[in-house]
Design a protein around this ligand. Structure first.
Ligand code: CU
Ligand code: CA
Length: 528
């Protein structure tokens, strides 16, 4: 056992190792790759964030134009694509790389070189998405969903975008193969699947989702590509095709994609809440089954994004009931988190604050999701700011807050240094307040009928848009504080405790979030 564990952090003692930039280009070490994923993700978060600020500045007041409408539409498109594929997904793959080998007692990921390739496919894809703004014709203002038939007429940046999606898909599939193989085959002796920390479980399930749906997205954009250049008419009614077909294919990918983002976030939260409640996670087994049922159900609800395309009422009813059903396993998870907190010995360090922020806001995003799943309501709210508010509660307060919480939680373990707790709390409260200032009012805008993806609006929407834009700038500026906290921790943070969160940062299976192993250790085997 200890032989396996001792290989952690020992890589530097073997043979020759390139230094400088070549170290990062050639590295096969899961920690290096995890670090690169996280920094890449943060860079994309800044790029996508700047695009969000262009959007919110354009919408600051009615009647004013700062960027031209095509540029505005490109901003909404690439803001979405960059945040989903460049910022959020790589962040959780970064967590996976750092944590999975350590949590299951494996020396590294199963395929270290493929791991390197998975990461290094990302920068070229990101460059394509950024370059798409600058090629002739400007960025394709088609929305992140890339609906046909608009994509068939879009400028050449659409081709760059399609190629970027293909590369990102390859990266995700390789990462998923690595994660599944590692967790299935490289667990410490005696560690059954129902003993692994919940973060590992959430990634097993996410990896299966990715392998199932990334090829579907690749198919959708490939059909778009051949419609554009090779004379096919998959999505062209005049040629016998059907533009609604695109939406069916896209959302068969797109809805599970929501859970590809959310499920690893659930995993991070399930590690943080027990540590700061000083109680084991309530309902480990039900958490695993709830997560798996969410994943299965996520394949059966795609057309709730398309109620207004003119589908039969029977189909609308089916997709409505199936969608409402997802609230059951999601409710199980929220119940388990609350039950873990219940009568715990609570403290409120920054990671716990972000976890609780997640719990409040994600639950709220879930409720507005339920509202939108009801057909007669959705017909009213479709393509309004209510939808924008809903999915930003799920994506920002869900995925981003849990990523922030996870970074504060594991930073002492990753760097050996402790972040500044006061500044961390400031970062949380600024993010929490300005997030709500930005997005809460968008519910009212949507209910009042303001459409999304439009660079201007009529007078009655003015007040809430001013508030939302101010909130966005506040939220954006608060992230400079986050960068400062992380950099100053790495450079000059106080040395962290050996077990910063009373053991939650050592091998998790000996600690809170999962049941004790069959062959209980008296004391946790200490890494490093
Ligand atoms: Cu959906
Ligand atoms: Ca405007």
């Amino acid at each position: 056992m200890s032989a396996v564990l001792d290989t952690h952090g020992q890589h530097d003692e073997h043979a020759h190792h390139p230094s400088g930039i070549m170290r990062w280009v050639t590295t096969t070490n899961h920690k290096d790759i995890g670090t690169m994923y996280l920094w890449f993700s943060f860079t994309m978060f800044i790029v996508g964030g700047i695009m969000a600020l262009v959007i919110r500045t354009e919408l600051f007041a009615p009647g004013m134009q700062i960027v031209d409408p095509d540029r505005f539409n490109a901003m909404t498109t690439y803001h979405g694509l960059i945040m989903v594929f460049g910022a959020i997904m790589p962040a959780f793959v970064g967590f996976a790389n750092w944590l999975i080998p350590m949590q299951i007692g494996a020396p590294d990921m199963a395929f270290p070189r493929m791991n390197n390739l998975s990461f290094w496919l990302l920068p070229p894809a990101a460059l394509l998405l950024i370059a798409a703004q600058f090629v002739p014709g400007g960025g394709a203002g088609v929305g992140w969903t890339m609906y046909a038939p608009l994509t068939v007429q879009a400028p050449m940046s659409m081709d760059l975008t399609i190629f970027a999606v293909h590369i990102l898909g390859m990266s995700s599939i390789m990462g998923s193969i690595n994660i599944i193989t590692t967790i299935f085959n490289m667990r410490a002796p005696g560690m059954g699947m129902m003993r692994i920390p919940l973060f590992c479980w959430t990634w097993v399930i996410t990896a299966f989702l990715l392998i199932a749906v990334m090829p579907v997205l690749a198919g959708a954009v490939t059909m778009t590509l051949t419609d554009r250049h090779f004379g096919t008419a998959f999505f062209n009614a005049a040629g016998g095709g059907d533009p609604v077909l695109y939406q069916h294919i896209f959302w068969f990918f797109g809805h599970p994609e929501v859970y590809i983002i959310a499920i690893p976030a659930f995993g991070v939260i399930s590690q943080i809440i027990p540590a700061f409640s000083r109680k084991p996670l309530f309902g480990y087994t039900s958490m695993v089954y709830a997560t798996a049922s969410i994943a299965v159900l996520s394949f059966l609800v795609w057309a709730h994004h398309m109620y207004t395309v003119g589908m039969p009422v029977e189909a609308q009813l089916y997709f409505m009931y199936a969608t409402v059903l997802i609230a059951v396993p999601t409710g199980v998870k929220v119940f388990n988190w609350v039950a873990t907190i219940w009568r715990g010995s609570l403290t409120f360090e920054t990671p716990m604050l972000f976890a609780l922020g997640f719990l409040f806001l994600f639950t709220m995003g879930g409720f507005t999701g339920l509202v939108l799943s009801i057909v007669p309501i959705d017909v009213q709210l479709h393509d309004t700011y209510y939808v924008v508010a809903h999915f930003h509660y799920v994506m920002v307060a869900g995925a981003l807050f849990s990523a922030f919480g996870g970074i504060y939680f594991w930073l002492p373990k990753w760097t050996g240094r402790m972040y500044n707790e006061t500044l961390g709390k400031w970062h949380f409260w600024l993010s929490f307040i300005f997030f709500n200032v930005t997005f809460f009012v968008q519910h009212f805008l949507g209910l009042a009928g303001m459409p999304r993806r439009i660079p201007d609006y009529s007078l009655q929407f003015a007040e809430f848009n001013v508030i939302s834009s101010i909130g966005a700038w506040g939220f954006g500026l608060a992230q400079i504080l986050f960068l400062y906290i992380v950099v100053s921790t790495i450079r000059s943070g106080k040395p962290a405790e050996q077990r910063q969160w009373e053991g939650a940062d050592s091998l998790e299976w000996t600690h809170l979030p999962s049941p004790p192993p069959y062959h209980s250790f008296e004391t946790p085997p200490v890494l490093r």
